[in-house]
Design a protein around this ligand. Sequence first.
Ligand SMILES: [Zn+2]
Length: 251
Amino acid sequence: MAMNLIEMLRQSRHTVAFTGAGVSTLSGIRDFRGTGGFYTSSYHGMQVEELLSIELFHRDPSLFYAWAREFVYVLDRFSPSVVHTVLAGLESRGMLRTLYTQNIDMLHRKAGSVNVHEVHGSPLHHHCTSCHAVHPYEQVVPAVLAKKVPRCAACGGVVKPDIVFYGEQLDARLLDRAYREMAEADLTLVLGSSLTVQPAASLPMATYYHGGKLVIINAQPTPLDKFAKLRLEDLKESFEEISGWLDAHHE
Ligand SMILES: [Zn+2]
């Protein structure tokens, strides 16, 4: 029951959330790894692991951009779900300290969350692969939708989104920070993640090892289920209940 969750949220002095693809699908964004998702389909005979590999990007960025045109560069058309909105509301009320996400869709920021860390990066910013100049998402979208490879205004170099590609390392400092914070947290909420993509997926165990509570809300089983104090399946229903509670207790 979400009432237990509300009680846990009220009692916790340090709550952290960790979100995955299940939160994005509530906004209508296709799950990268789910059935019919991008990871199970191919594009011009290439699998997503290849299209999103840094080696291919450096060899021929047009393949990545042709594929990403229908996915990454339409993300600004989606709206936050009740989960995104409630997490932003919890943060503004001081009931959620930090949000870590595996998603690259920028929806937590759109919903108003401020202390957000994207462990797989984000296309919000792009960098020139030659001079490292920053190019914001909005600036890059028109070129990609016009079927061009976006180029740096300063030097003409190829521009790359700040998404972690295959063959690139996750930000070690960010993972370290997430681990330390989850170790200190009284409560970590794992939302819409099947916790299968390592090393990020093992972060919530830090909370469990240090005596904090773990709540897992996900439609499918996760390898950490047996460590959860509370295990729910329906994200939308749970967050609609929290939303109702927040509306009734807006102090
Ligand atoms: Zn440049």
